[in-house]
Design a protein. Sequence first.
Length: 227
Amino acid sequence: MSIFPPSTNLVVGPGFKDRYVPGYPTNATGEVPESAWTGRTLREISRQEFEGSGVRVGELSAWDYFGDGSFYLVATPGHVPEGGERDGDGGEDSFVFLGADICHHAGELRPSRYLHIPEGDCSNLLSSGAVCPGEVSQSPRESKERGGDEPFFTPALAKDTPLAMDSIYKAQEADGKNNVLFLWAHDVEPFESAELSPKYANDWKKKGWKGKMIWSFLGDLEQKEKA
């Protein structure tokens, strides 16, 4: 937060203050440095505000932050208590879903009931250029007796795994829409397939970023299969 002026509020989800305030070093065992909000407003959106807003992004409760439909805060608890994500306007008829820590690998999110793995040779979808036949990408899921509409992996780093899985499940609807680009904190694909700051993401749909990124993680599975 230090790169933003004090006039910039730090907006957090329900329960943040109870769990993380006071921060470090006032609380020697604090998980978050209090310097993140020192000198600025720490604004917590309550659970009641989320649930009472009547706004939803797919299956997720949301808060229309500016009141004009351009930027939503989305409730996605599980990885941390009462976690929250951002869904911002990405240009005409498109949005960028900033998933933060909702998942740590695309295999925790995909495939889903909204996105199925392409059949046959999907090498053209991999940023690494690896050859990944659909049959190869099937084997890890089959070994865990998962269907073709279920993600490869279960989240391993979560305070509440069942709740984290429920948040992922609900976020899959947005991920499956052609006009939503889903990004998260540990996603490496934008470094290869998108344009980074200070450039803008408004034209991501026109530039085909989603098509370049969405199945590129299958290259990870193909390399593991060879090993």
